[in-house]
Design a protein around this ligand. Structure first.
Ligand SMILES: CC(C)(COP(=O)(O)OP(=O)(O)OC[C@H]1O[C@@H](n2cnc3c(N)ncnc32)[C@H](O)[C@@H]1OP(=O)(O)O)[C@@H](O)C(=O)NCCC(=O)NCCS
Length: 137
């Protein structure tokens, strides 16, 4: 919660304590934490019938530890976890104005796959992202 509050405002998808508890208890969610909560990433596995996909649900790096490769390392760990679960696609959403996150995702091979008007509240437009995972076992 402390890391979440340092990284997100109330209109930026800040998790509630209850949501974090639910995600920690879920068999289809995994958290990756770097250092002493300098950064954290939550990945989900979604399913609909036979279709299964991964979703990068949350990524946050403490402002004091940014631009040192922690965000990249966390997403890569999450993508490895998805691949180990035979998932071949990872989805994500990002705020259109979030240049650091958009660059990070682009550098990891995520492609922008459509717009999400007002996804983050009125005027807070989002983008849908997708990445194909190769080499899934
Ligand atoms: C986005 C965020 C997770 C990046 O974490 P980070 O640990 O600072 O990122 P890294 O050091 O691993 O950087 C990886 C790449 O991201 C991009 N990047 C990171 N910070 C950037 C910045 N301030 N400006 C531009 N690009 C940036 C670069 O492409 C960088 O690669 P490079 O170092 O080869 O140039 C971090 O800024 C953050 O927590 N922001 C607030 C929460 C948030 O927006 N989360 C994502 C929600 S979708």
């Amino acid at each position: 919660m402390a890391l979440e509050r340092r990284c997100f405002g109330p209109h930026e998808g800040l998790f509630q304590r209850r949501q974090i508890r639910r995600l920690l208890a879920s068999a289809t969610a995994a958290w990756f934490v770097y250092g002493d909560y300098w950064g954290a990433c939550c990945m989900l596995i979604g399913a609909n019938g036979r279709a299964r996909w991964g979703r990068l649900y949350s990524l946050a790096v403490d402002p004091a530890h940014r631009e040192k490769g922690i965000g990249r390392a966390l997403v890569l760990a999450g993508l490895d976890w998805l691949a180990a679960h035979h998932i071949d696609q990872c989805r994500a959403e990002v705020k259109a104005g979030n240049e650091p996150a958009r660059r990070l995702y682009a550098s990891l091979g995520f492609v922008e796959a459509g717009g999400l008007p007002h996804y983050y509240g009125i005027g807070g437009h989002g983008l849908r992202l997708a990445k194909t995972l190769r080499g899934a076992p």
